[in-house]
Design a protein around this ligand. Structure first.
Ligand code: GLC
Length: 436
């Protein structure tokens, strides 16, 4: 099988599951100003050390995190094992800058993988290629390093190959010590730091030997700013298995140069921060999240929705509330998300279609005046059912649809020509099959 055929086979579960939880958690949860605080505020390692000394997540309960994700209808999760600050949540033998050496006193990734597997979710690990703590990672003159313009760092020498040995060694630890890993989420490539600059082929060869079925994102070659070679006709080992648009949903999904759909996953925050930020109240509503999840699936994509637990290890109450509301909708309508993708039907103006085999799911996001139009489907629609209850929804054929004979129409009330509220104003989902 070529790379695209292998990718298609490998991503089958991913393209079925559609909805995952991203979890950004680490020392940056203590200053509570987002995960880039060291770079944004140009904090030295010494200025950041109190967060290492004070890291004591007494409320860390990954089993509760997993239950929250599962109740929301999520099927997989991705947790930051190491973010750009270089702090490791896992018990790496290659560094002392790790959770077992803090007051946490233990391997927090171990507990995460055990808890999420126990709840039946697949486990992903985020690993930052960037490392602002390691002495051999480029600092002065780098685009984003906290010490990028600190004159005292101007003459510091670093041996990048030593950092790459460290990075490869840690990826080996993560692929060896935690059982079957379902997804590796690298982050991110920039400027000359891309592909073979990371010794990407060597890294991927090792990963494929240790975890042959693991999915890898496209950020050995890209970031949220682009896609890398995953869109090419002949992607390589470092192209990745899925594209990772960030804080955006591609207008028409993602296709390669041949026009074939490429697996993709939009990663989106619940407010505007990945890591916990106490000053960010801009929470998205559950209605918006539901509609964005539908949008991703209608375009053959996934949604990886982020939570940023606080310094004690708790997912913020607002996030828990939003996810619970999303879960209530998913309880009723998950058949229109899990296992679904883009429809053969064009997007209607009142919402979106998702599809699984011959079953079409109409996501009605805007209530009609009078009956709802199913464009160009006159005489083609079999029995229509309300997904949440299974009730039949009547096809409408009445005096005010006569002039529109090419279309099919639905009504949600007793008389076909009048206007009724939708059963669910956020997203009313009905299903039907087309007559052969
Ligand atoms: C960007 C940010 C990083 C975050 C990632 C999530 O790369 O730099 O902090 O983890 O997006 O996609």
């Amino acid at each position: 099988m070529n790379q695209i055929e292998q990718r298609t086979k490998r991503t089958e579960w991913f393209r079925n599951d559609r909805f995952g939880m991203f979890i950004h958690w680490g020392l940056y949860s203590i200053p509570a100003r987002g995960e880039w605080v060291r770079s944004m505020e140009k904090l030295s390692i010494e200025q950041y050390q109190p967060y290492f000394d004070g890291f004591n997540p007494d409320a860390y309960d990954p089993r509760q995190w997993a239950k929250t994700a599962k109740a929301a209808g999520m099927k997989y999760a991705v947790l930051t094992a190491k973010h750009h600050d270089g702090f490791c949540l896992f018990d790496s033998k290659l560094t002392d800058y790790k959770a077992p050496n803090t007051k946490a006193g233990r391997d927090l990734i171990r507990e995460y993988v055990d808890a999420f597997r126990a709840e039946g979710l697949k486990v992903g690990i985020y690993y930052s290629l960037i490392d602002w703590h390691h002495p051999d990672y480029p600092a002065y003159g780098d685009r984003i390093h906290p010490m990028r313009d600190n004159e005292a760092w101007k003459d510091k020498k670093h041996t990048f190959s030593r950092y790459l040995d460290y990075m490869h060694g840690q990826v080996r630890e993560l692929c060896t010590n935690y059982g079957k890993i379902d997804l590796l989420w690298f982050d991110f490539s920039y400027d000359k730091m891309t592909g073979e600059a990371w010794r990407g082929t060597e890294l991927m060869t090792m990963i494929r030997q240790l975890q042959p079925d693991v999915l890898v994102d496209n950020r050995l070659e890209a970031s949220g700013e682009g896609y890398g070679s995953i869109l090419s006709a002949e992607p390589g080992l470092t192209s990745g298995d899925f594209a990772s648009p960030e804080q955006i949903i591609p207008n028409a999904g993602i296709r390669n140069v041949k026009g074939d759909s490429v697996p993709w996953e939009a990663c989106i925050t619940l407010n505007n921060n990945w890591g916990f930020n106490a000053a960010d109240p801009y929470w998205k509503s559950s209605a918006q999240i539901i509609r964005k999840l539908v949008e991703c699936v209608s375009k053959n994509g996934n949604l990886l929705l982020n939570v940023g637990p606080d310094a004690r290890g708790r997912i913020p109450a607002e996030s828990v509330r939003i996810l619970a509301e999303v879960g209530a909708w998913m309880d009723q309508n998950k058949a229109s998300i899990h296992g679904c993708g883009a429809s053969t039907l064009p997007k209607p103006d009142w919402g979106r279609f998702t599809q699984k085999g011959n079953t079409i799911y109409a996501h009605i996001l805007e209530a009609p005046v009078g009956p709802l139009c199913l464009p160009d489907l006159a005489g083609k629609v079999q029995t229509v059912r309300l997904v949440s209850t299974g009730n039949e929804v009547k096809l409408a054929d009445t005096w005010n649809t006569k002039a529109h004979a090419e279309h099919a129409f639905l009504t949600f009330g007793p008389t076909a020509h009048e206007t009724y509220p939708l059963p669910d104003e956020v997203d009313t989902v009905v299903s039907f099959e087309l007559k052969k």
